[in-house]
Design a protein around this ligand. Structure first.
Ligand SMILES: Nc1ncnc2c1ncn2[C@@H]1O[C@H](COP(=O)(O)OP(=O)(O)O)[C@@H](O)[C@H]1O
Ligand SMILES: [Mg+2]
Length: 490
């Protein structure tokens, strides 16, 4: 039998066999030491979880007290699902560590995880849009280079529970940790940054998301900049150069003693776009100037916003000491994320159609970005199912109306508007049945996803069509996406 031979040109990395690595994320003794609690038994946990529904075999269950729920109620379910132990504030008949306050214990565990993973470079990400996507991209880049030694927060675990939990899950041998940080109100970013103490802090964009609570874009820029207060000494702040608020954010970063790296199309950007040409399948071939060198890489994610996002990704990878060549390979391989640009081929009359799933999230900036990406997608007809953009407060009416123009510019011929906030856009589109810049537009307005499914069925998808589905998550357009993926398998 022929043995596979290593290619003579291939560098052999010293790899520690998986079995030789400690399995445990946390031992009972480590948790007790970190939290000042008392362990009822000796145990080893391979993961940490606070939602009993998500518990996997070997997990440590942290019984948190929320505003409405007390996690202690779900302890039996957590153990049924395979938890090995719980962190609790009262004794229970299961292996546990007893502490005074389980939220404080989560913070203690997060800080202990952060401080013991001495090799891990921590990257914090905030911004109005693109956090999860860029978090996934930076993770993919660093994980590829470090051969599986990068850690990240899962999903959008970006709040006062998600950030410490993500830290508490970081393996001691991690070389990189990538953490998303989000906010709904002023004052929320600084404590998250203090938990993570990032070496690199990235702001993706400043746009009107959560403007209802913050009041103005300046206030949003100021709040996002609070991430810099958590940077370690000598940490790097990565800032979108094309933002109207770039100077303001740079000011905040410098006030925190950060080194500043900007990214974007602007001539002043430290990581600057030189050229981008469309690649088959929707991505782009990007050339960027890093000041002392140029790099050229392919990104699989479609859309102009991803061209600029990728510059921020490269800036973060470089600042974290990651490998740019591996990063380029990772970006070329990264497909669309569920609800954030995943592309599905579905059956349609006479062949297949393309369904672009952006159902997770919507605000004025991301609506425009994805309509542009739709415009750049080769298609027989372009259809759009657009759901309400939530949390825009007093600005809601105007922001919905203003979508008329990007819809026309994208050459959309059929639009289904979903949710009460979309009534304003329906009215606007009704004023000019044929928008000046585009093709004739047929549109309908409805209240929810069930009606939208029927309407899209009535419009009918034909071979070569592309349909963009985008709205705030709570509109429920994910149901429409699942419906069409399941019922129209290509
Ligand atoms: N730089 C950007 N500018 C505008 N829209 C963007 C940008 N990056 C991503 N998006 C859009 O925002 C949506 C939400 O992305 P996501 O990464 O989930 O953001 P967040 O985690 O900040 O809520 C994506 O589906 C995409 O449409
Ligand atoms: Mg997110």
């Amino acid at each position: 039998m022929n043995m596979p031979l290593a290619h003579p040109m291939l560098h052999q990395w010293p790899v520690t066999p998986r079995d030789a690595l400690p399995l445990a994320l946390w031992t009972a003794a480590e948790i007790a030491a970190a939290t000042g609690g008392t362990a009822s038994a000796d145990f080893q946990a391979s993961g940490a979880e606070m939602d009993s529904r998500d518990v996997k075999s070997g997990d440590l269950f942290i019984a948190l007290k929320g505003e409405a729920m007390d996690g202690h109620r779900f302890i039996p379910q957590a153990f049924e699902k395979g938890a090995v132990a719980a962190i609790v504030d009262r004794p229970v008949d299961y292996p546990h560590v007893l502490v005074a306050d389980t939220t404080q214990a989560l913070h203690d565990l997060a800080h202990a995880a952060r401080d013991r993973a001495i090799e891990a470079v921590r990257i914090g990400i905030t911004g109005s849009v693109g956090k999860t996507g860029m978090k996934e991209a930076i993770f993919a880049c660093l994980d590829r280079a470090s051969r599986g030694a990068a850690h990240r927060s899962v999903r959008s675990y970006n709040n006062h529970v998600g950030v410490p939990l993500s830290l508490a899950r970081m393996p001691v041998r991690a070389k990189f940790g990538v953490f998303e940080m989000g906010m709904n109100h002023a004052g929320e970013i600084a404590p998250l940054a203090a938990h993570a103490r990032p070496h690199v802090a990235l702001i993706t964009t400043i746009a009107p998301a959560h403007i209802e609570n913050l009041g103005s874009l300046e206030a949003i820029a100021d709040e996002k900049s609070q991430i810099f207060t958590g940077l370690v000494e000598g940490g790097v702040a990565i800032i979108p150069a094309d933002s109207e608020w770039a100077e303001r954010m740079i000011g905040h970063a410098k006030a925190c003693g950060a080194k500043v790296v900007t990214f974007g199309r602007a001539r002043t950007a430290d990581v600057r776009l030189l050229d981008a040409i469309p690649a088959a399948g929707g991505g782009s071939l990007v050339t960027a100037d890093l000041g002392d060198r140029r790099i050229c890489y392919t990104i699989a994610e479609p859309g102009e916003h991803w061209i600029v996002n990728s510059l921020g990704v490269m800036a973060a990878v470089r600042a974290a000491g990651g490998d740019l060549a591996s990063a380029g390979l990772a970006l070329a391989e990264m497909g669309g994320l569920k609800g954030r640009g995943a592309r599905h081929t579905i059956a349609a009359k006479g062949g297949t159609a393309l369904l672009i799933d952006e159902s997770y999230n919507a605000n004025p900036a991301s609506m425009r970005a994805t309509l542009k990406a739709l415009a750049a997608t080769p298609a027989a007809r372009r259809l759009a199912v657009l759901g309400s953009m939530k949390e825009l407060g007093d600005f809601a009416d105007a922001f919905h109306r203003q979508l008329a123009e990007p819809i026309a510019e994208a050459g959309v011929t059929h639009a289904i508007l979903v949710g009460p906030e979309m009534a304003a856009l329906a009215e606007e589109l009704g004023k000019a049945a044929t928008p000046s810049l585009g093709k004739p537009l047929t549109f309908a307005h409805c209240e929810g996803p069930a009606e939208a499914i029927v309407l899209l069925g009535q419009f009918g998808l034909a071979h070569g069509d592309a349909v963009l589905v985008k709205g705030s998550n709570s509109v429920g357009l994910g149901r429409l996406v699942s419906h069409f993926i399941e019922n129209a398998r290509a």
